[in-house]
Design a protein around this ligand. Sequence first.
Ligand code: HEC
Length: 116
Amino acid sequence: MKRLFPLLLFALVILACGGGEETASEAPETEDVAAAPDIDTDRIWKVRCIACHGLNGDMGTNGAANLQEATSDMAYRVNIITNGSENGVMTAFKDILTPEEIQAMAKHTMQFNENL
Ligand code: HEC
């Protein structure tokens, strides 16, 4: 038993070190953050846009554009999300969302049209 104890201790130290290394190497996580900025477009959609456009973009409340059929480009979408629609029905989001979030949302709306 006297001989086993140092061995056990040695094993424990090795185990502890192994575990430590794993938590220290979080490199993939940092890469993910860089690739996809921390913007939850699904959440923003549900909070800010769903009331008019619906979960799938085709609800059309208040004459909201059907995003499953819309073919407009990114520039048009970024502009309408930033400044609102000319007829004033769609809210301007420039004081609510950051430019990065608006960009991400414009991209998000592209996904509703399967032909894009
Ligand atoms: C108060 C209702 C309302 C809300 C809320 C709303 N929209 Fe709209 N949206 C509209 C209306 C109405 C139009 C059509 C405007 C037009 O044709 O001039 C439109 C048009 C658009 C278009 C242009 C589609 C095209 O190509 O014709 C995009 C993109 C868009 N909305 C995205 C969003 C996003 C993203 C949000 C949330 C951040 C949002 N909308 C929230 C009412 C709304």
